[in-house]
Design a protein around this ligand. Sequence first.
Ligand SMILES: NC(=O)c1ccc[n+]([C@@H]2O[C@H](COP(=O)([O-])OP(=O)(O)OC[C@H]3O[C@@H](n4cnc5c(N)ncnc54)[C@H](O)[C@@H]3O)[C@@H](O)[C@H]2O)c1
Length: 238
Amino acid sequence: MKIALIGYGKMGHMIEKIARERGHEIVSIIDIDNREDLKSDAFKSADVAIEFTVPTTAIDNINACFDAGVPVVCGTTGWTKQIEDVKATMTKKNGTLFWSSNYSVGVNIFMAVNKYLAKIMNGFTQYNVEMTEVHHIHKLDAPSGTAITLAEGILENLDRKSNWSKEVEGSSSDIAIKSIREGEVPGIHTIRYESGVDSIEITHDAKSREGFALGAVLAAEFTAGKKGFYTTADMFKF
Ligand SMILES: NC(=O)c1ccc[n+]([C@@H]2O[C@H](COP(=O)([O-])OP(=O)(O)OC[C@H]3O[C@@H](n4cnc5c(N)ncnc54)[C@H](O)[C@@H]3O)[C@@H](O)[C@H]2O)c1
């Protein structure tokens, strides 16, 4: 398969390595200094583009992929308040977008367990729930995109919560998400239910970025040749 990379930072480099190991060809690599290549024939020849950049440029890059007729797998976080507008553009331009806040297989298992646990806890109102996420100091967004997806998984299943808030509960119907930035931590997410007598905690702790990069390449293999919007739930089908 022919792959174009948009964003050649930590994730872009890791994705390149894994894509080549899986026998794919990298036909174009775009970063901040050669954005004009989004219009090049090499870019247009890609079966799929993989986009890992920064929140301020992700939407422009996705739109450039729609214009070039190249399906795009996006992993950039911190821009998704506008995802419904992006999906509308995608439909208008007959494009393809795969987006996930987290491509790791382990995190996607964790997300499924999180939803199941919230469903059980719905019947046990003595437990409050909160979340902590820890990432490296270079991360631009907080809370992490993964923490927001996890909070949404709880909100879908736990009737006593209707919103999430940063750091502290704005009201008892909020899930507080605490964000910690330290060292080079690839990503730790903990969800904790607490009552007066005990607590139940689940944690996912990523050991490196490799799990995210492999998942992004698997998503690219899944996406090539398809139209419309997809996410990891469509690929993993737990
Ligand atoms: N979804 C997931 O599984 C997952 C996993 C890890 C990271 N991420 C997210 O992916 C994104 C990138 O992470 P990273 O660790 O590779 O960051 P990074 O800072 O190492 O790399 C970002 C790259 O984007 C480039 N860039 C900046 N502006 C650009 C522009 N206008 N056009 C093209 N390229 C531009 C930068 O030069 C840099 O090379 C972040 O939003 C991060 O939160 C998502």
